[in-house]
Design a protein around this ligand. Structure first.
Ligand SMILES: NC(=O)c1ccc[n+]([C@@H]2O[C@H](COP(=O)([O-])OP(=O)(O)OC[C@H]3O[C@@H](n4cnc5c(N)ncnc54)[C@H](OP(=O)(O)O)[C@@H]3O)[C@@H](O)[C@H]2O)c1
Length: 360
């Protein structure tokens, strides 16, 4: 496979740190640029991160001495060094949108973790196992931006990456009508650790700003279809969500209640989950899990602590499927929020784009 030089914009942040550990040994992608704000630009990466390293695994030696570039001022120089960038910055939506467009217009494709462009109608928002076909919107986006190579592609919010994948193949066959979901989200999703957030121990926070709206609306773009130059959101299934922050380091859990148009049997659901695989598995993308959807019969599973790292943190773990008194079925699922839900999902999306020639 062809090799690609890549940059990480927001490299010093929590998601940026994850990118360095995933890309350190990546067979196709080589880190050539680490960039962040003017506060850290010019420093060695190890010094720029300082005490902010938030992962339980160590910083890769290969990035420690790289000098952090200025993400806003060095765009032209960065363009000479990389084939595309990953972007994960904590700027406002307007600032993020402007920054991502600047890169795209400088002919540097952007694979983004940020939410700013998720609802831009010609920006594909992709979970590669679910809606890989949405990447064909990219030529229309390039036309709007006036670019030859440059474009923006995004991954969806981390919360829905546990409960949408199990529902996706069921919707195709049985028509998912209504979904009620409660998420129990890890503190790394807020960029925090137990050291920086001791108040979360022995506690639950009942509000995560903006999360319930994302959890209800973003699935409809994943189920959307291309019409002319835009992706039109689907109108169903109907989602209602409550999102809670819980004292877990990594791994979001979701409790799901689902009503179908045509109610399947439990065996039919389990059979679909067992046999589900998508384009990443077909193409054998390096980041793709062998089995995306994994069902556990033990009623004590899945647990974030035990299942979050399944298949490099890229698999979804499901359990406790049973009939419900008000909906048709209920179940529980878990996925790793900074691997499948953030950096890992973005790397898998970049692999899909590379395999389909969008960086050439
Ligand atoms: N944490 C998660 O689980 C998760 C999951 C999915 C998506 N996301 C999204 O990913 C993004 C980053 O999240 P995070 O948790 O990694 O945030 P974070 O730890 O706060 O890191 C933010 C990064 O943005 C950089 N930055 C700030 N201002 C900048 C500027 N003007 N120009 C360029 N870079 C700038 C920071 O650089 P300095 O070091 O120079 O300040 C830092 O590298 C957010 O949009 C978040 O919503 C996070």
């Amino acid at each position: 496979m062809k090799q690609y030089n890549v940059g990480i914009i927001g490299a010093t942040g929590m998601v940026g740190q994850r990118f360095t550990t995933i890309l350190d040994s990546h067979p196709w992608f080589n880190i050539k640029v680490l960039a962040a704000s003017s506060r850290t630009a010019g420093k060695r990466y190890e010094d720029a991160v300082g005490t902010r390293w938030k992962l339980s695994i160590p910083m890769p030696d290969s990035v420690k001495d790289m000098v952090v570039m200025n993400a806003e001022e060095d765009i032209e120089k960065i363009g000479e060094l990389v084939d595309f960038v990953f972007c994960a910055v904590n700027l406002s939506k307007e600032e993020t949108r402007a920054l991502e467009e600047k890169y795209a217009k400088a002919e540097i494709p952007v694979v983004s973790n940020n939410s700013a462009n998720r609802h831009t109608p010609d920006v594909p928002m992709v979970v590669p196992e679910l809606n890989p076909e949405h990447i064909v919107i990219i030529p229309a986006q390039r036309e709007r931006l006036g670019t030859k190579r440059g474009f923006i592609a995004v991954k969806s919010n981390c919360s829905l990456q546990s409960y949408v994948p199990p529902l996706f193949p069921l919707h195709e066959k049985f028509g998912v009508e209504d979904v009620l979901v409660c998420t129990y989200q890890a503190i790394s999703g807020a960029g925090r650790t137990f050291e920086t957030w001791p108040e979360i121990l022995d506690n639950v926070i009942p509000y995560i700003g903006g999360e319930e709206e994302k959890s209800e609306q973003e699935p409809l773009k994943l189920w959307g279809h291309i019409e002319g130059n835009v992706i039109k959101d689907a109108e169903e299934p109907h989602f209602t969500a409550q999102c809670l922050r819980v004292p877990v380091s990594d791994g979001h859990t979701a409790a799901v209640f689902v009503r179908f148009k045509n109610k399947p049997t439990k065996e039919e659901i389990l059979d679909i989950w067992k046999n589900f695989s998508g384009v990443p598995q077909e193409l054998k993308l390096p980041m793709a899990p062998e089995h995306f959807l994994n069902y556990f019969d033990d009623p004590n599973l899945p647990q974030p602590k035990l299942q979050r790292n399944l298949e490099k943190g890229m698999a979804v773990s499901i359990g406790r499927l049973r009939e419900d008194t008000q909906y048709d079925y209920k179940f529980v699922c878990v996925s790793h929020n900074t691997l499948r839900g953030a950096a890992g999902g973005a790397v898998e999306l970049a692999e899909l784009l590379a395999a389909k020639g969008y960086f050439d």
